[in-house]
Design a protein around this ligand. Structure first.
Ligand SMILES: [Zn+2]
Length: 226
């Protein structure tokens, strides 16, 4: 008998529609009243399924609009302004790298020793608000997204020359391993996962996937002034 699961679908569909405000709360009583009459049941089910399909289409349209609005925002301010937001003021055609986030305070530097780190501090810390977007510093490939002990949620971006850029302590990620990303693409957001005393980005730069170098030196070598 398909009636039972389909009734569940009717209720779910109407609950979803009521939840959107498309139907007044008084209409919540309607499904029971309608489905008690066998003659009207099939029609009620069909109507509810059609409404649920319309709702799904509208939600998909809304998501598409949101994505388009975000892209339009970037297009409106222009590529040059997007690059400037991330610390690059030069010719857009000559850009090699940008800063990993737009708003931050520099905190612990590279090479420090202390109780927070097992060995020397292997990166540069950027103190920032939790949720601050993190962007790709250059075109590259996401080669890992995973929790990594003291590093917390870490994304590794590998650049075409083999340099690894590590983004650590993230609260969430918006990319997956294997994904190609372009410079300034959002890849995740600032958090405090792993060995961390507050929201910040721990950025590591590892040429040829080897030992870390000072990210400040590397960023400055790309023409940036973090
Ligand atoms: Zn750090």
């Amino acid at each position: 008998m398909p009636a039972v699961p389909r009734l569940g679908l009717v209720v779910a569909a109407l609950a979803a529609i009521v939840g959107t405000g498309l139907v007044a709360p008084a209409a919540q009583a309607a499904p029971e009243a309608v489905v008690r009459e066998d003659s009207g049941e099939a029609e009620a089910v069909a109507q509810a399924v059609a409404l649920a399909e319309q709702l799904a289409e509208r939600q998909h349209s809304l998501a598409t609009l949101n994505q388009a609005a975000d892209a339009r925002d970037r297009a409106l301010i222009g590529y040059r302004a997007v690059l400037a937001r991330y610390g690059y003021d030069g010719d857009p055609d000559a850009v090699r790298a940008v800063l990993p986030l737009a708003s931050y305070d520099l905190s612990a530097g590279f090479g420090l020793t202390g109780p927070l780190w097992e060995a020397e501090h292997g990166g540069q810390d950027f103190s920032a608000y939790a949720g601050e977007p993190l962007v790709a510093v250059a075109d590259g490939t996401v080669t890992e997204v995973a929790y990594a002990g003291p590093y917390g949620l870490r994304t590794i971006l590998t650049l075409p020359d083999g340099t690894e850029v590590w983004y650590c302590h993230q609260t969430d990620t918006s990319v997956v391993a294997g994904q190609q990303v372009g410079i300034t693409d959002v890849i995740g957001s600032v958090g405090s996962t792993g060995n961390s005393t507050g929201p910040h980005l721990h950025l590591e730069v590892r040429p040829a996937a080897g030992s870390p170098v000072d990210p400040m030196d590397w960023l400055q070598a790309q023409g940036l002034d973090p």
